[in-house]
Design a protein around this ligand. Structure first.
Ligand code: ADP
Ligand code: MG
Length: 707
């Protein structure tokens, strides 16, 4: 690799490792290029001859970038991406040499062993066949790292019988559904020019950075991604001095490298800043089509982790690495855009006159209200249970924040059936002559809302930081497709379009106004108010999972061909199993750490204390009541620790032998988690008493303040 100079040029390096449109245009024969564009647009099917030509060019290009291998890159239901590398070589020829080859068949189809990935009963272990299929709508890229360079081909992953075993397949299906129904809707408003509607997504990614050497001294972080023990440091985030604070040199150097890597991969990393908690940061790319955004978000997470290692750092993507300190999430900004540049969520200056917008908006309200449980489920993740409803992330109740302007329009609609005016933004008054005047937005923001309208997009704020954003977008696309379909069913058959439209907007607004909430989502009153309104408050992942395969959900997803009942059932099973397994790993890690590190350390300390009591006593008649008192206290906590450890051991053993499913997951949530808490409590108190030299691991303070 040529060495770049100190001042890299973002525009120059952007996408340099991506087989993107300009590369394809340059390298592919014109006819093949045009055909591929058609295929990407959804107008044509790929044939093998075309695939052969593309594969050949892709390989030549990748080899120029130093690639020796290729891989189908996919997203099974493990939560992370998967890949299997194959070298571009053919069988040795008679002269003992090999050729570099890559066929159309190898490009479009791979055959990983499906039985080794979660399938939730869709596949018996002996039925091993599964296929990965090239997704030409997300560009291939060359990844350069210690392994050399590898051509990565984004693919979908299905079973032998065609069931989706991944995130991408249903996501692509949902994008087709929302495309089709939105086109139907805008045709009603006379739009004959837009040919395609895309769900656009911009995910803001939060993460923690800690020192890698310290990380390696924490078995809990290594095994589970979060700390399972740890007393609060004297300082937390109460000074509010980290959010948007100056980025420290060491972190800045890291971010710079992350950006470079991402730009080369065509990921438009744009915004970075320090987050609320010490050692917490955020990265946001510029929005892209939902499919590309999902893939890019995986690349962002992968890159954040990989580059950290080079800087002697460790990136923590867990939703709650430190109890008592804000956790990390992911804000999923979502809108619908046409191929000719219209954003259907743009209200314009006078939303009250924009009937298409009002229909779109009230349909979304309806979708979110009816399918609130599904949306909540889409953000369910074991780690996220620590955040939702804990006053740092949205409550576990789905509601929509519209802001003053739109809420006012909605009120007018509900009250009189007609909206006659829109509140406008006024001038910002700072009281300083030399500061520029500008117009404020018509609406303030609300950071406590799970689903907030932010100008020309909705921001779904519930997703956990390490989760894929696919699920949330699958749900969003599908529920909005359904609301649009229902609206079109009414409007397409109306004799008086304007009247029917007017009635429908009013009906949607009136029937679903309960989902709108502009107040403080963190308050106790909201929990009570939401209960009165009949909104679901689903506080744990285990209770969210059943939403996936209710009759309502099956009907919805089957209608648009996004999921079959069998696929939904399988996902339910996988989620219960994942939940139990993850908590089990946490419990086992606690048992391991408490038994092998903490108890021995405390014993060492009590021995030293006892030694001190005896030594002082035999040397003089000084008062040893402090040492004795400490010894008593520490010994009592030690006994409590041992008792809690034994109890946790029994429960974890019991849980492990249970049959996989809801009952097991509930057991882990109710019994095992409680026992984990009981073990943590004496240990955290011990940490505050035992000699720091003896304590076997870095403290919270060491981890989050000394990066
Ligand atoms: P903020 O924190 O102020 O909400 P950020 O700049 O951190 O904003 O992130 C906003 C995200 O929303 C970015 O990824 C941005 O590209 C994305 N975004 C902006 N407009 C749209 C849109 N119309 N549709 C989807 N995403 C959008
Ligand atoms: Mg942001």
């Amino acid at each position: 690799m040529e060495k770049r100079n100190e001042y890299d040029n973002a525009a120059e390096m952007f996408g340099e490792n991506v087989f993107n449109d300009s590369v394809m245009q340059e390298r592919l024969p014109k006819k093949v290029y045009q055909k591929l564009k058609e295929i990407i647009r959804g107008g044509k099917e790929l044939d093998l001859a075309t695939a052969d030509v593309i594969a050949h060019e892709m390989k030549e290009w990748a080899i120029e970038k130093g690639a020796t291998h290729y891989t189908h890159w996919f997203q099974p239901l493990t939560g992370v991406t998967a890949e299997k590398h194959d070298a571009f070589i053919t069988a040795p020829m008679e002269n003992g040499k090999v050729l570099m080859s890559f066929s159309g068949k190898e490009l479009i189809k791979g055959e990983p062993d499906a039985s080794s990935f979660p399938s939730g009963g869709l596949r018996a272990t002996f039925e091993a066949r599964g296929y990965t299929a090239w997704d030409c709508t997300s560009p291939a890229f060359v990844r350069q790292d210690a392994a050399g360079a590898t051509l990565c081909i984004p693919t979908a992953f299905c079973s032998y019988t065609g069931e989706a075993l991944d995130q991408k397949t249903p996501l692509l299906r949902s994008m087709e559904a929302v495309n089709e129904q939105t086109l139907r809707l805008i045709r009603l408003f006379g739009n004959q020019t837009s040919q395609k509607v895309t769900a656009s997504v911009g995910p803001e990614q939060e993460y923690f950075i800690v020192d890698r050497e310290k990380y390696l001294m924490r078995k809990d972080l290594i095994f589970t991604g979060r700390t399972l023990f740890g007393a609060m440091p004297p300082k937390g985030q109460e000074m509010e001095d980290h959010y948007f604070g100056t980025i420290r040199e060491r972190i800045a150097a890291y971010m710079r490298d992350v950006n470079k890597e991402l730009w080369k991969l065509g990921v438009s990393a744009k915004t970075q800043h320090n987050e609320v908690a010490p050692a917490q940061h955020e990265l946001a790319p510029i929005y892209a089509s939902a499919n590309v955004a999902v893939d890019h978000n995986q690349l962002v997470m992968e890159t954040l982790k990989k580059v950290a290692g080079r800087h002697g750092l460790q990136c923590l993507l867990h939703e709650k690495p430190f109890a008592g300190v804000n956790g990390s999430g992911k804000h999923n900004n979502w809108s619908l855009t046409t191929d000719d540049g219209i954003n259907l969520l743009d209200p314009g200056v006078t939303p009250h006159e924009n009937f298409q917008f009002l229909l779109v908006l009230t349909c979304i309200l309806k979708a979110v209200d009816i399918y609130a449980d599904l949306l909540r489920e889409s953000a369910a993740d074991v780690g996220n249970d620590h955040r939702l409803g804990a006053n740092e992330a949205p409550p576990a109740i789905i509601s929509v924040y519209l802001g003053e302007q739109l809420e006012d329009v909605l009120k007018q609609l509900i009250r009189t059936g007609e909206a006659t005016h829109s509140i406008t933004g006024s001038k910002l008054e700072t009281g300083v002559k030399t500061l520029p005047d500008f117009m404020k937005d018509a609406t303030d923001r609300n950071r406590t809302s799970p689903f907030a309208f932010t100008g020309n997009k909705f921001e779904f704020r519930m997703i956990g930081s390490q989760d894929s954003i696919a699920q949330a977008n699958i749900v969003l696309n599908t529920i909005v497709a359904e609301a649009f379909a229902q609206a079109c069913d009414v409007l397409e058959h109306s004799s008086d379009f304007e009247l029917a439209l007017h009635d429908l907007i009013k009906k949607n607004a009136t029937e679903h106004r309960r989902i709108v909430f502009n107040g403080n989502g963190y308050s106790e009153e909201w929990v009570e108010e939401a209960l009165r309104r009949g909104l679901p408050n689903i506080t744990s992942m285990v209770d969210a999972i059943p939403s996936l395969n209710t009759e309502k959900a099956v009907r919805l997803f089957e209608k648009f061909g996004v999921f079959t009942r069998a696929e939904l059932d399988s996902r339910v099973e996988i989620e219960y199993e994942t939940y139990a397994k993850k908590i089990n790993i946490e419990a086992r890690s606690m048992i391991d750490i408490a038994g092998k590190q903490i108890i021995p350390a405390v014993i060492k300390y009590t021995t030293a204390l006892a030694g001190s009591v005896n030594a002082v006593r035999s040397a003089c008649a000084a008062d040893v009541s402090v040492q004795e008192g400490l010894l008593m206290e520490v010994s009592a906590l030690l006994a409590e620790t041992k008792g809690a450890l034994t109890k946790l051991q029994v429960l974890a053993d019991q849980g492990s032998t249970m049959e996989v499913g809801r009952e097991q997951a509930v057991f882990y949530r109710d019994a095992v988690l409680a026992a984990m808490h009981d073990l943590r409590s004496p240990v955290d108190r011990l940490e505050m008493m035992v000699d720091k030299e003896i304590w076997p691991m870095p403290s919270y303070g060491d981890l989050i303040f000394e990066v």
